[in-house]
Each structure stands twice: as structure tokens, then as C-alpha cells.
Write a protein that binds this ligand. Structure first.
Ligand code: PEP
Length: 248
């Protein structure tokens, strides 16, 4: 039985002071054993968040990292830096990074490998645009994204990754994929994992849905057999996140 994992992607929101106020307002309400809960915060909020979640079951993640250990890469953050701070998760290849910052499937793979080297769990984002869905290539595209993201990653490591299926047309738009649409793609992701690693490893991987998850739709989406939680943007920095985490 896979434990659900619900991660908030704060994106470029909340200053350190706002982060402190928000975490203090919500942390006791979402401190449960039912699901793993992760706050993926901006780099500058990491220290505040790590400090405030002590003594809770909440983890802290970053939203990106670079794939080399160190060097002349102005503005970047390494896995070793995240690891030294005890950051346990990192979002890799979010569609906003692919769209605005030139991330590719290849850079995603390099980052995933580096995160795993430092025992940081990558939350790998995949998903199609509206045009791609209309062309009927969603499954083909997502299969390719998953395959490239996992190149040269052995089964033992693959078991620990998280994959977030995030249709781009549902992110921040208020438009959610139907449960059947989300389940279809998440099941296809598990199938490609089984093809690469075998069924046992595929069954261990947690696959999230992301795209306008909120308090009203979380329970229905998370009940689907291949959906093991959510990557939540807008609703993750509101009081509503409590209801998403404590979905019933
Ligand atoms: C996201 O940023 O990953 C996301 C799913 O955003 P939203 O929940 O706002 O659609």
C-alpha cells in the first residue's frame, strides 16, 4: 500500500516573514500520519520552513536545483547545498521551468540523477499541453518524458522517486483534469515504469496528480487507484491546504 504524498508548490510566493506566518498558522492542523506532506518553498524560505517544521511530520522541499556539484553557474543551487540543509525533496522539471527557463527532458534526467546521489527525493513533473492533448499524443509524450527522466537510474533508486503528472492546461487555470483523465495517464506512467523496472518497483513509485487541486476535488482525485496524492500550487499557500491534506 503506497502512502499518499501531498506536496505544496509555493512557486515564487511568500517572503520569509510571510512563510513563517503561514507555516505557523497551518502546521498543527496538517501534522498527521495519514499522508506525507511536503512544503516546496522558494530557496530563501528554506531555512525558515526547516526550522518551523521541526517536531512535525511535514517535510521541506526545494523547487529546483542544478545538476553539477559546484562551480561557475551564477544563480544556481546545488544538491549538496540542499542536502546539507536537510532538504529532503526537490521538484524537478516543473512545466513552468520547462516553459520559461528552457528545461528539457535531458536536463531533468541530469538533475534527477544528482538529487538521488544526495538522497534527495525528486518529484519529477511530466505532462502535456492542451495542443498535445488535442493531437492525441498525451500518453506517448508522457511515456517519453518518463523514460528520458529515468535514463540510467537503477530500480533500487527509482522506487524512491515521486512522479507528478501535471497537464499543463490544468495548472493555475482552475480547470482540473477529470478523475478518469488523470487516472488514465497515471496508470500509463505506472505501466512504463513496469516496462523499465518490473512490476514490483513500479508499484512502489508514488505518482501524484497536479493541476488545480483544491479542497473540493482532492478526495475524489486521490481515490483513484494509480494516484498517490497531489502536487498542489495555488491552494498550497492558503488556509485551504489544510482541507486538501485532510481530505476525506
Ligand atoms: C503546480 O504548480 O504544480 C500546480 C499544480 O499548480 P495549481 O495547483 O495552482 O494548478
Amino acid at each position: 500500500m503506497r502512502k499518499k504524498i501531498i506536496a505544496g508548490n509555493w512557486k515564487m510566493n511568500l517572503t520569509p516573514r510571510e512563510a513563517r506566518d503561514f507555516i505557523n498558522s497551518i502546521k498543527d492542523k496538517i501534522n498527521s500520519d495519514k499522508s506525507d506532506v511536503v512544503f516546496c518553498v522558494p530557496y530563501l524560505d528554506l531555512a525558515v520552513a526547516l526550522n518551523l517544521i521541526q517536531g512535525t511530520n511535514i517535510s521541506v522541499g526545494a523547487q529546483n536545483m542544478y545538476y553539477t556539484d559546484k562551480g561557475a553557474f551564477t544563480g544556481e543551487i546545488s544538491a549538496s547545498m540542499l542536502s546539507e540543509m536537510s532538504v529532503r525533496y526537490v521538484i524537478i522539471g516543473h512545466s513552468e521551468r520547462r516553459q520559461f527557463f528552457g528545461e528539457t527532458d535531458i536536463s531533468v534526467n541530469k538533475k534527477v540523477r544528482k538529487a538521488l546521489e544526495y538522497n534527495i527525493t525528486p518529484i519529477i513533473c511530466v505532462g502535456e499541453s492542451l495542443d498535445q492533448r488535442r493531437q492525441g499524443i498525451t500518453i506517448e509524450l508522457v511515456r517519453q518524458q518518463v523514460k528520458i527522466a529515468l535514463l540510467d537510474i537503477p530500480a533500487e533508486q527509482a522506487k524512491n522517486i515521486v512522479i507528478a503528472y501535471e497537464p499543463i492546461w490544468a495548472i493555475g487555470t482552475g480547470e482540473t483534469a477529470t478523475c478518469d483523465q488523470a487516472e488514465e495517464v497515471c496508470a500509463a506512467i505506472r505501466l512504463v515504469l513496469a516496462e523499465i523496472y518490473g512490476q514490483e518497483a513500479a508499484d512502489a513509485v508514488r505518482i501524484q496528480y497536479g493541476g488545480s487541486v483544491n479542497a473540493a476535488n482532492a478526495a475524489e482525485i486521490f481515490a483513484m487507484p494509480n494516484i498517490d496524492g497531489g502536487l498542489v500550487g495555488g491552494a498550497s499557500i492558503k488556509a485551504e491546504f489544510e482541507k486538501v491534506v485532510n481530505y476525506e
